[in-house]
Design a protein around this ligand. Structure first.
Ligand SMILES: [Mn+2]
Length: 424
């Protein structure tokens, strides 16, 4: 299904008076409101193809019905999100779950839906049915050269798909590591992995980036061969200028100071992008902002200040992706909530009075520094988000319109109640 301009206009007319009241109030309170609205219009977030179906855990998966059955339907779902929000202008594909069969047709559909292709993602954490050698004991770290070569070849194939679609980056997350002490020689595992990444890096087109994603634990529980930002940064530094660290918010040990990690990676010019999600315990992949929206705000505060210091373009110089998926919500409503949470944190960070904060720090005025941050965090920027959507042709209240139009019910009619999207 597609949401028509007429449906959007009707919805926006119904909510126009209420919106104007809220917007007038926000404008009176936020001096830089107009600039924030414009920045929000530019700020697009990539939706991962694997978040469009109900996520699973290793204990089970409960499909919600109407899930996209193939790449075309996944793109149509992102198109729905984009037409409601005008904030989800790209899709991040996962190979082999989304192998495009007809590049021209897929590109034409993307153009029609107003979508770009964000980073392509490789997968050497599962064995595929057609695969010759097993990744049971790792991929790029594997002791056998043939397994390593198979993983390298797969990543090169992913790059070729990305080139054909117009992607500009590849994200590599390795599940490599060890489950028990003694299983691996850490140094040799690192060296083998580095050699594999170097071979893939050599195949990167000149205008591409490689994102090296780290994760503290799971599926390996004793060591991970790209286990934290320090290891990822080491790889990225050794690989060269097209390699960057990717920060997935759920991939840290509990209570890690992610905003400090982000600040230092930015300082080194090695922060490539984000996988947004939220968590309470580990890699929970919960809706962005569902558990700790203040941490997300603090991360965006470092991003805005750090990107401005380096004269970076907020919209295009880093990769902004969602990586979340779970069992109990409608995946599209979940993504609408994540998109909103990311943009709220961004807009609140744009409200921070950086000069005043700098002055408070110079004076060691700790209480004042906290006041400045929390004032920005407690600013209601929701009317600015709504205004940005309105100006870009989206809906004033995307979640409400999603329900008014009975989008999920229609998708179930079109696709059936028992569909299951490819993914975890
Ligand atoms: Mn991730």
């Amino acid at each position: 299904m597609q949401i028509t301009a007429h449906q959007l206009a009707n919805h926006n007319t119904d909510h126009a008076a209420q919106h104007q009241r809220r917007l007038d109030h926000a404008r009176a309170e936020i001096p830089q409101a107009e600039q924030i609205i414009q920045r929000l219009q530019d700020f697009q977030i990539a939706v991962p193809s694997w978040a469009l179906g109900t996520g699973g855990t290793r204990f089970g998966r409960f499909s919600g019905g109407g899930e996209p059955r193939n790449l075309v339907e996944k793109m149509e779902d992102v198109g729905l999100l984009h037409s409601l929000t005008r904030a989800a202008g790209s899709i991040s594909l996962h190979i082999p779950w989304d192998i495009p069969e007809n590049y021209a047709a897929i590109r034409a559909l993307a153009a029609q839906l107003g979508l770009q292709f964000d980073a392509v993602n490789s997968n050497t954490f599962q064995d595929q049915p057609t695969q010759e050698l097993s990744y049971k004991f790792g991929s790029l770290q594997h002791t056998e050269r043939a397994v390593r070569q198979q993983a390298i070849d797969h990543n090169m194939e992913v790059i070729r798909h990305g080139v054909a679609l117009g992607s500009k980056s590849i994200t590599i997350w390795l599940s490599d590591g060890s489950c028990f002490p003694g299983q691996l020689n850490f140094r040799q595992a690192f060296q083998r992995t580095l050699e594999g990444l170097q071979a893939i890096y050599a195949a990167l087109p000149a205008d591409w980036k490689m994102f090296v994603e780290y994760k503290a634990f799971e599926p390996n529980f004793y060591s991970m061969t790209v286990g934290d930002w320090g290891q990822s940064l080491l790889y990225a530094q050794k690989l060269g200028p097209q390699a960057y660290t990717l920060v997935d918010l759920g991939h840290h040990l509990p209570n890690a100071n992610i905003e400090q990690i982000v600040a230092l990676l930015l300082m080194e010019g090695k922060l490539g992008g984000f996988h947004f999600n939220d968590s309470k315990y580990g890699d929970d992949d919960l809706t962005v902002g569902a558990i700790n929206p203040y941490q997300l705000f603090l991360i965006f505060n470092e991003l805005v200040e750090g990107m401005d210091t380096r004269h970076m373009d907020h919209a295009s110089d880093l990769g902004w992706m969602i990586d979340a998926s779970h069992n109990v919500k409608d995946p599209l409503e979940d993504l609408l909530q994540s998109l909103e949470a990311i943009r709220l944190a961004y807009a609140q960070a744009l409200c921070v009075d950086q000069q005043a904060l700098d002055q408070a720090r110079q004076n060691n005025d700790v209480a004042q520094a906290q006041e400045i941050l929390q004032n920005a965090y407690r600013t209601d920027v929701r009317p600015l988000l709504a205004e940005a959507r309105l100006r870009s042709g989206g809906a004033l209240q995307p979640g409400a319109l999603f329900r008014e139009l009975k989008v999920r019910e229609q998708l179930i009619v079109e696709r059936g109640a028992k569909t299951v999207a490819t993914g975890l």
